[in-house]
Each structure stands twice: as C-alpha cells, then as structure tokens.
Design a protein around this ligand. Structure first.
Ligand code: GTP
Ligand code: MG
Length: 422
C-alpha cells in the first residue's frame, strides 16, 4: 500500500515537472473559449459521450454547436453566453502536459484575470483577425506585463472569416506589434500565428488554407516552451491550527521551495521558531513536501492563520510597508485611504501611504506622478503601510506576491508586490 502511494506520488511529481501553465487572454468574443475547446478536442482529451452531452445542451439553448461549449463551466456559459469566471483544464500533447486557463474578456473581471494568470508560464493572446486590437487587448497585455509573464504567443484568430488573407494577417500583426512595443515586449522575437479555432487551422493541425505561413502551429509553439526551474526558498503558508491531545498541528500549503522533516524553521510575523517534527498528509506521513502540497506539521509554539514559515537561514520577512502595483476596480482611490489587504491567507489593515505613479492600464503609459487619487481601471504604483505581514516580490514567490484590496467586504482592486519590505 505504502509503496503504491510513493510510486503514485513520484508519477505525480514527474508529471508536474512537465506541466506547462498556459493562460489565454484577449478581448471579449475573440475566440478564447473556442480555442480551448479545439485544443481539447484535437488532443483527444474529450470523451465522446461528453461531446454528445454538450451537443444536446447546445440544442436546448438553440445555438449551434460550438467548441466554446467544451469548457467545464459550459452550462453557465450557455446561459450567459460569456465566460464569467476563470476555468482551468488539463490536456496532454504528444510531448507535454498542459493546464490551460481561460479568462473572461470583460473589464469587470480584471481581478479574476489577475488570479487566473498568476501561475502562468506562458500566455496566449487571442486577437480576432476581423476586429484587430480592442480595448481589452491592451488591458490584458498590461496585466501580463505586470505579472512578469515573459513568453507570449499571439494568435490571430478567425482567419476563416477573412478568407485566410495574408495581408489582413499582416495588418493585424503590425497593429498588435505596436501595442506590444509600448509595453516593452520585444516583438521581433515573438511568434504571431494565423489560426482558425473553429476550423482547427494551425492549432493542432497545419492548415492548407494558410500555406503562406511557414512558422509553427500553436501546439508546436507550446511544446517548445522551456520552463525556468530555479530553486526557491521554502514558504509555507498557515491556513489553520489544530490541537489534539496536547499536540499542535499546523495545517497549510507549501507555496514555494521544499519542506523537510528536521528543518529548523521560523514563522513570521510571530517569530515562533522550532524544528519540524512531523509532516502529515491524509494518507500518512511524509519526509518532505514540495510546492503545492497541503500538509500538517507538528511544531511547538503559538502560530496563527496568515503566518508564513521558512527555514531559519532564509526566513520570510515581515513588512509594515511595501511597494505594489495595482489595478483599481472601484470609482476612485485616494491617498490616505484605509482598506483591508489580503495576501496568502493573511488579512490585515492597510493604508495608501503614497500613490507614486498613475498608469493607463490600456497602454502602460505613466499619466501622472504623485497624484492625490486614481480612478476606475487606472493602474498605479502605491506604497502601502500595513499591519505586519509577510509579502514577497511577485517575481520571487508569486503566491505571496499578489494581493487583493477590500473595502467594506468588497474587492476593489488587485495587484502585485514590486518591493518588500521597504
Ligand atoms: P469571452 O469568453 O466572452 O471573452 O469570449 P471568447 O473570447 O471566449 O470567445 P468565444 O470562444 O466564446 O467565441 C466568440 C464567438 O466567435 C463565437 O460565436 C465563436 O463561434 C466565434 N469564433 C470563435 N473562433 C472563431 C473562428 O476561428 N472563426 C470564426 N469565424 N468564428 C469564431
Ligand atoms: Mg470565453
């Protein structure tokens, strides 16, 4: 039994190493859901009975059968006819495993988009050949830039609707390049792929209609992505603390690095320290846990939800001030505003100490230095003063490097940590 567990775990970890996280972004209706449906269908990740089930549902709603309906949330999507939340799906090419996330195209869902994109290794920007660059194309580019996603493939979709015309593709490509350049992306190294998600051209199969295009198909491009595998420090985020028979178990998630039995660790901001006596999972005990694992650890000391633990040689730091970049979803945000800030499992009070730059989230352009306030959809670099909490630069530990701003129980903004502690 135990051997089997160990074996399964190894297979799982091996699989995870090869897993590429892809996020799909782009303006509403440019074909993101359809593209995912096509990837799943052509990679034979969808069972035949599921196809029938979805076809039936589609009929009920009197719309013609479309690939967008393959998504897990398809029932809602049929009713709403739009993607209203992020959806993640797994599929496998001949070479690789993928987790692909579809994000909504509307502005109200920028927050979702931020959380959806935050684990992405690579982004696919979908732009309709018919409509070209639209408002959300720019906003999503901005978010990708903010989240530090360097690898971006541009898919020019709906080529069937423009008669597979090369000139049309070149025009849209030029338009997108100009936008990408304004976000400091180097477009000369970037791939632009003409596709039709509906017809399946250049997604999994090379298109005869697009014989003027010599580059890779989308799946070939994705299969060619290499992931950075740098060693990261241990960050274990506390979710709950239980006490049973005088033994205290701390339940949480390893967000980065590796947790080993016997490790000397310290929790912040509380500064409790000790040695890991046991690493527990539902099925038994582990010698070590890696990023993504939810485990219980046994240690002595007062630890609270929201605390973060690391090894003593490379501990997390508690900040009372940090620099973040955020997008606002509320009408306005003023310097001096007092809000709640959530990061990891921590919830603390915070104050907007200083707004350094007001940024146009469609173009990335700095609009004003040290403004008194910012408005809906503006982005800004902001100095926050907070109750002591552990945050990390987003580029170092993404899971502890993004935060949500809450006012009266409502999320009004989301962002990433640029520098901490200040
Ligand atoms: P949101 O989730 O609302 O942001 O939209 P989306 O980007 O997921 O678009 P979706 O896949 O739902 O497609 C929108 C419309 O475009 C649907 O009617 C699709 O059938 C159509 N469409 C998608 N891909 C293609 C394509 O390759 N060619 C043509 N002609 N139409 C397409
Ligand atoms: Mg969609």
């Amino acid at each position: 039994m135990e051997d089997k567990l160990v074996e399964e775990r190894e297979v799982f970890l091996e699989g995870r190493k090869m897993n590429t996280n892809v996020v799909l972004v782009g303006h509403v209706d440019h074909g993101k859901s359809t593209l995912i449906g096509r990837l799943l269908y052509d990679s034979e990740s969808i069972m035949d009975d599921r196809v029938e089930e979805i076809q039936k549902l589609a009929e009920e709603y009197k719309r013609r059968f479309e690939f967008a309906y393959f998504l897990d949330s398809f029932e809602d999507e049929l009713k709403e006819e739009r993607t209203i939340d992020t959806v993640s799906l797994m599929f496998k090419s001949k070479k690789n495993y993928y987790t692909i996330t579809d994000v909504p195209g509307h502005k109200e869902f920028i927050k979702n988009m931020l959380t959806g994109a935050s684990h992405a290794d690579v982004a696919v920007l979908v732009v309709s050949a018919e409509e070209g660059v639209q408002e959300q194309t720019g906003r999503h580019m901005f978010l990708l830039k903010m989240l530090g996603i360097k690898q971006v493939f541009v898919v020019v979709n709906k080529m069937d609707a423009v008669d597979y015309n090369k000139e049309k593709f070149e025009t849209v490509k030029k338009q997108i390049s100009e936008l990408l350049n304004s976000f400091d992306y180097r477009t000369e190294e970037m791939l632009f792929i003409p596709v039709s998600a509906i017809e399946g051209d250049n997604i999994y199969h090379r298109s005869e209609e697009l014989d003027w295009y010599e580059g890779p198909t989308l799946i070939e491009a994705l299969d060619g992505v290499t992931l950075e595998g740098k060693e990261k420090p241990l960050r274990f985020v506390v979710q709950d603390v239980y006490e049973v028979d005088g033994e205290r178990t701390i339940v949480g998630r390893v967000e980065s690095g590796m947790l080993r039995k016997g490790d000397k660790v310290i929790f912040k901001p509380t500064s409790v320290n000790g040695e890991i006596e046991k690493i527990e999972v539902f099925e038994g005990e582990l010698e070590e846990a890696v990023a993504g694992d939810c485990v219980g650890i046994v240690i002595n000391g007062e630890v609270n939800r929201g605390d973060v633990c690391g090894v003593v040689e490379n501990p997390p730091l508690a900040a009372e001030k940090f620099l973040g970049e955020a997008v606002l979803l509320d009408k306005y945000l003023k310097k001096g505003a007092r809000l709640e800030l959530r990061c990891g499992t921590a919830k603390v009070r915070c104050e907007v100490k200083e707004i350094k730059e007001k940024i146009n989230s469609e173009t990335g352009e700095v609009m004003e230095k040290y403004p008194k306030e910012i408005n809906e959809h503006d982005a800004a670099t902001i100095v926050f003063a907070t109750e002591p909490l552990v945050v990390e630069k987003f580029v170092d530990v993404p899971e502890l490097g993004r935060f949500v701003l809450v006012k009266n129980g409502r999320s009004i903004g989301a962002g990433v940590v640029l520098d901490a502690p200040l």
